[in-house]
Design a protein around this ligand. Structure first.
Ligand SMILES: Cc1cc2nc3c(=O)[nH]c(=O)nc-3n(C[C@H](O)[C@H](O)[C@H](O)COP(=O)(O)O)c2cc1C
Length: 463
């Protein structure tokens, strides 16, 4: 019995070349049955599998993945690009050759869904090998866009795309590091300095402490902050070193941990002009990631600089997956835009003009008013489902929401109601407002709680 299992472990390979032979629905279900027997946190079984079998859908998926892999490849550094371009993995033939593609999703609202889904995927690959079927785990860079491609609710998050079929070619075993090199006793760990440092970093992580000190990131839940932290790595730049060159595609989002950076623009006569200096806790690099356009301003280290860097794909995934990280990052961006004086939102707010909520959301308005420490009344109106016009007001003193008022409710509840209005009109009237607080949290706290309620309502709608 043990021997059989060992041979199975040794026989399993990632299969990238599939024959066109069909695989019965029964066989696919047997493989998925093995996946559903996987252990899961609290036995919550947070997995859902969606099968793709039509040529049309496989082609649609392949075209999307090729495009998204290409975008990703354009953004990685030159050395990685060269290395990857030579690799066989770059071909996505398996997405159209395999008779069935299993999209493996996790339910985002379940504890430790990611870990549990991967346990299921592991068992699935073994069961397939046991049935002499091939599988490959493919992880597209912008996984959440696959939801949109097939109209799949965002309360499911794609972990992996797993083609399954009869192998056309079984590749040679890939080398593995001997188990002895990957395994240490506790005594061996403490005798190796590098490992001791690794270990202490986990319990007393200076990056995590730094993130807690940045006001907007301090609002994140511990889980979300740690999720964000796991994707950050540290980059160091010497004084005068170029961090971003104008015209290059955006590859990283940066938060400055230590030091100063200069934002430079071309003054039109070929000279570079420093328009702003950013310091610890401020961010840059997101504009071209979000727009897909080349970087418009150059960034240079004004002193020795340490930055927390987030890869563009991680940045996009996090912003899409976590509304509260999205709010935190938007707030950081708003802070920076205020300094560099480029903000459309800010211009709108400062001039007190009327606008539509479909263009600028209440969340963005609140953040801009908060960053600019404005006092005044934001008057809002919205047409509800029955066609009735509802009017409300939000009061700001020095950028903080003091009260929100609707015809039948005021305070926090009125604020959350208005935050959920998808459309409507607003006007900001600048005036002195007494700091007489009728809400239970500061502006950022209200926004976070409002977003949390909206997420919860959306998940309820979708379930
Ligand atoms: C989390 C995870 C992500 C992976 N993503 C990809 C992928 O995007 N493309 C790919 O060709 N292989 C992917 N693989 C397969 C690995 O490249 C493969 O397992 C590894 O090279 C070892 O080869 P073997 O599975 O044949 O032993 C992934 C595997 C895992 C566990």
């Amino acid at each position: 019995m043990a021997m059989e299992f060992d041979s199975l472990l040794n026989a399993r390979r990632s299969i990238r070349e599939f024959s066109k032979k069909p695989v019965s629905e029964d066989d696919v279900m047997k493989v998925l049955e093995a996946a559903t027997l996987a252990p899961s946190s609290g036995n919550l079984q947070p997995w859902e599998f969606i099968l793709i079998t039509s040529d049309e859908d496989k082609k649609k998926l392949r075209e999307f993945c090729e495009e998204s892999d290409k975008e990703w490849l354009d953004r990685v550094d030159e050395a990685t690009r060269k290395k990857l371009s030579k690799k066989k993995e770059i071909s996505l033939d398996f997405l159209t050759d395999a008779p069935c593609i299993i999209l493996c999703f996790g339910k985002k609202n379940k504890e430790q869904w990611r870990e549990s889904v991967w346990m299921a995927i592991a068992l699935m690959t073994l069961k397939a090998a046991d049935m002499e079927l091939g599988t490959i785990i493919y992880t597209p860079p912008r996984s959440s866009a696959v939801n949109e491609l097939f109209n799949i609710s965002h309360h499911l998050s794609l972990a992996a795309v797993c083609p399954i079929g009869v192998p056309a070619k079984v590749p040679k075993a890939r080398p593995r590091t001997p188990v002895a090199e990957k395994t240490k006793t506790v005594e061996q760990i403490s005798s190796e300095h590098r490992l001791t440092r690794e270990f202490t970093r986990r319990t007393d992580d200076p990056i995590l402490s730094f993130m807690k000190r940045i006001p907007v990131l301090s609002y994140l839940s511990d889980v979300n902050r740690e999720e964000l932290r796991r994707r950050f790595f540290i980059k160091k730049f010497d004084k005068g070193e170029a961090i971003l060159n104008r015209g290059e595609p955006g590859t990283y989002y940066y938060i400055i941990a230590n030091g100063l950076v200069e934002v430079l623009i071309d003054d039109g006569m070929g000279n570079e002009k420093v328009v702003s200096v950013l310091s610890s806790g401020e961010c840059f690099g997101e504009m071209s990631i979000l727009s897909g356009e080349p970087t418009s301003a150059a960034i240079r280290a004004g002193t020795q600089v340490f930055c927390l860097a987030l890869k563009s794909t991680d940045f996009l995934n996090l912003v899409e997956e976590y509304p509260s990280i999205n709010v935190a990052i938007t707030k950081l961006i708003a802070t920076r835009l205020r300094k560099t004086n480029l903000s459309l939102v800010e211009a709108t707010v400062l001039q007190g003009i009327t606008g539509r909520l479909s263009m600028i959301s209440l969340s963005e308005l609140c953040q801009a008013l908060s960053v600019n420490q404005r006092s005044g009344i934001l008057e809002m109106s919205h047409i509800d489902d029955s066609g009735a016009k509802i009017e409300g007001s939000i009061f700001f003193s020095q950028g903080q929401v003091t009260n929100a008022v609707l015809p039948d409710v005021s305070g926090d509840e009125a604020f959350y109601t208005m935050l959920a209005w998808p459309d409507g009109e607003f006007i900001f009237r600048q005036e002195e407002v007494e700091p007489d607080f009728k809400v239970s949290a500061d502006t950022m706290g209200l926004l976070m709680e409002g977003m949390r309620r909206m997420d919860e309502a959306q998940i309820k709608d979708e379930v």
